[in-house]
Design a protein around this ligand. Structure first.
Ligand code: IVH
Length: 692
């Protein structure tokens, strides 16, 4: 203990409260903004509770910037109006989503500044255009005193009570900040947090909670949270914030900051504790703007939040002043959009499609709509529960989303726009293609047609699956041809493919003799295949390419696979009970074995190996238990050797145990083995087994 400690007096409650606030603010910034906490959550909670207790005991110490005020509690009758000291302007949108959008802006700026063709490139800042809602945060003497929405740009709404709950928004700024500072930026919700919120909402609705709903998109959820009258509700909605500009600031003459560039002011905001998007960059001239637009466009789907474009701003604040404003928008900034990922359209019909394994999938047929850079006419509704949950009906106006290469989906239906008296969707209980009964098994979400290969839809899919490049590969056997072959009943099973003659093929629509010959040649070529490709091509449920490879490696030949017991199948890498059962069920059906035999008879072959893995795995299927201390091997070494030979090493003895390997001072496991009559061997005996 140092002498100063001995003589220092206890801090007063006011001092301690200030100290705790400083610490909590520091750690909140590390946690929420920098994503780099220095202390465990429990320690933060401890400091937090100490401050809460202190403020409860000394209410006069409570300040609006105290971190305890983030948790929410204020309940309002209505949101108060706020007149913005500096209007919140909007920003011009460049509608041309191609790179020329950036070029157009640069040309306008250069012309307005009267720059000659050969003058230097203008310097810009490239920012993300966040898809949330604009917010103005007002700080007086470093304390956040007000948060307001944009409203009509002149007058917004006071949402301070809710914005306080956002961990990323600093409540107090460092001492070097100006006396008055308005920070403008965007409140938004991250996609993962949006999904988690909706998951919670669904659970509440399922539990019968009244007045709860799910949200259409993160923007919507964020907007709803920001305008809550009850800040306790807002506190439960995970919101985030990015700063991108300033409102009113103490003027330079009164000691305010002297920013020269937009980028410089953003970096200062960052230093004061505000989140600034890491993608924010300085770009010189149109070329670098175009590169920025393309780079962000390519990374868009990997961002954890939604953006609908990028924003370009002239970097020099002096040039910004020179450019000035058109009525509502600055001439020094522009938003350059990306193609929308969500659009409204109407549902023309709900079809039910039948997949290869008989799975029935409801698909919304849509009025064509351009979204995510393609024209979408179909969107999956996944299954009956999904379709019901979203309550999508024929004639409905729906939001369609297509992000990246993900298949388009219906995000939500807008029932308030429903006109006709369309009924809720119900899944048919018979297959729409073959009329067989469709069943939904206990615990499954999908209905399945029980028609098997009798079902034309399943047959088509089975043929396409077998013929695909990753399976046996029959070049030229695509959708159209399979469609005709099945509809004309020329091909009923896989082996029928190899029985096709030139005449049968040439008789089909749009099939010249030359193409028919090509198909025959491709069929011939496909006969030479490999075991994994063939296995995968059979289309056994749950057996993908990787599983087929593992099975082939493990068993070496097809007969061994067809005859393998469930236990033996379970020994294959990555094969669990569901996959094993599916393989067993498949080969237990005589007609499937028949298909395999006929394919072989038609000349489909592959190199068969001995059950390679088994030869190297003399102890496959055997279970060992180790107990006691061995003379030469460590327990872990013995275990590894046994496992390498295919054995399982279990922790306790049961009737299923094949051998107990006992060393010195073997205990209760040895007794148990004797009781159950399990074979007991020593280390030497085990090594002998491994040799055999
Ligand atoms: S600057 C004077 N920068 O887009 C310029 N706005 O119409 C004021 N937005 O509602 C806006 N990201 O909420 C700016 N990096 C960004 C932005 C951004 C999103 C929103 C803003 C406003 C709209 C502009």
């Amino acid at each position: 203990m140092s002498t100063s400690d001995l003589f220092s007096s206890q801090p007063t409650p006011a001092e301690r409260a200030a100290e705790l606030r400083a610490q909590l603010n520091h750690h909140a910034h590390r946690y929420y903004v920098l994503d780099a906490p220095e202390i465990p959550d429990a320690e933060y909670d401890r400091l937090f509770r100490e401050l809460q207790a202190l403020e409860a005991a000394h209410p006069e110490l409570l300040t609006p910037d105290s971190p305890t005020q983030r948790v929410g509690g204020a309940l309002l009758d209505e949101l108060a109006k706020v007149r913005h000291a500096v209007p919140m302007l909007s920003i011009e949108t460049e509608t041309d989503t191609e790179p020329t959008g950036a070029l157009n802006f640069d040309t306008r700026v250069r012309r307005a500044l009267g720059l000659a063709e050969d003058a230097l490139a203008v310097e810009y800042v490239g920012e993300l255009k966040f898809d949330g809602l604009a917010m103005s945060l007002r700080y007086q003497n470093g304390v956040m005193v007000q948060a307001a929405t944009r409203g009509d740009g002149e007058v917004g709404e006071d949402v301070t009570h809710n914005i306080r709950t956002i961990g990323q928004v600093p409540l107090r700024l460092p001492a070097d900040c100006p006396a008055v500072l308005e920070v403008r930026g965007e409140v938004y919700m991250r996609r993962d947090q949006f999904e988690a919120l909706n998951e919670k909402q669904r659970a509440k609705i399922a539990a019968g909670a009244k007045g709860e709903k799910t949200f259409v998109n993160p923007r919507n959820a964020a907007a709803g949270a920001v305008r809550q009258l009850d800040s306790a509700i807002a506190a439960q909605r995970p919101l985030s914030f990015f700063a991108y500009g300033l409102g009113e600031v103490t003027p330079v003459e009164q000691g305010g900051p002297t920013f020269k560039t937009h980028f410089g002011l953003l970096m200062q905001l960052k230093a004061w504790g505000f989140p600034v998007a890491e993608q924010t960059t300085v770009a010189r001239g149109a070329d670098e703007l175009i590169a920025f637009h393309q780079r962000i466009g390519a990374a868009r789907d990997q961002l954890p939040f939604d953006i609908d474009g990028v924003v370009y701003k002239v970097n020099s604040l002096a040039l910004q002043r020179e450019l000035g404003f058109k009525t509502r928008e600055p001439r020094w900034a522009v938003a350059h959009k990306y193609p929308a990922q969500e659009q409204l359209t109407t549902v023309l019909a709900i079809d039910v499609q039948v997949g290869r394994t008989g799975k029935l999938t409801p698909v919304a047929k849509l009025a064509p709509v351009f979204v995510g850079n393609v024209t979408v006419t179909n969107a999956t509704l996944h299954n009956e529960d999904e379709a019901r949950r979203k309550d999508v009906r024929v004639g409905d106006t729906v939001i369609v989303r297509r992000a990246g290469d993900v298949i388009p989906e219906v995000v939500a239906s807008l029932p308030e726009k429903r006109v006709g008296g369309a009924e809720p969707f119900t899944m048919p209980h018979t297959c729409p293609v073959c009329g067989s009964v469709a069943v939904r098994e206990e615990g499954e979400v999908d209905y399945r047609c029980t028609g098997g290969l009798f079902c034309g839809a399943q047959r088509k899919q089975a043929l396409l699956h077998y013929a695909q490049r990753r399976a046996v590969e029959i070049e030229g056997l695509g959708d159209k041809l399979v469609e005709q072959l099945v509809d004309a009943d020329v091909v009923k099973t896989l082996p029928d493919l190899y029985r096709l003659g030139l005449m049968a093929l040439a008789n089909l629509d749009r099939m010249a003799e030359k193409s028919a010959q090509n198909i025959l040649a491709a069929l011939e070529k496909s006969k030479q295949t490999t075991l994994p490709r063939f296995l995968f091509g059979l289309g056994i449920r749950h057996v993908g390419e990787a599983t087929a490879k593992e099975m082939a490696r493990h068993f070496g030949n097809l007969d061994a696979i067809m005859d393998a017991s469930l236990e033996q199948l379970l020994e294959v890498n990555d094969v669990g009970p569901i996959v094993a059962q599916s393989i067993r069920t498949f080969f237990d059906q005589p007609h499937n074995r028949e298909v395999v035999e006929q394919l072989r008879a038609c000349g489909v072959t592959w190199a068969e190996g001995a059950p390679a893995e088994r030869a190297a795995q003399p102890l496959a299927g055997k279970t060992f238990v180790l107990t006691g201390t061995f003379p030469t091997l460590k327990r872990e070494e013995a275990k590894e050797m046994l496992e390498a030979a295919g054995a399982k090493v279990a922790g306790s003895v049961s009737k299923k145990t094949d051998y107990v390997v006992a060393g010195e001072e073997a205990g209760s496991k040895l007794d148990k083995a004797r009781e159950l009559g399990v074979a007991v061997i020593d280390e030497a005996g085990m090594l002998a087994l491994l040799q055999s």
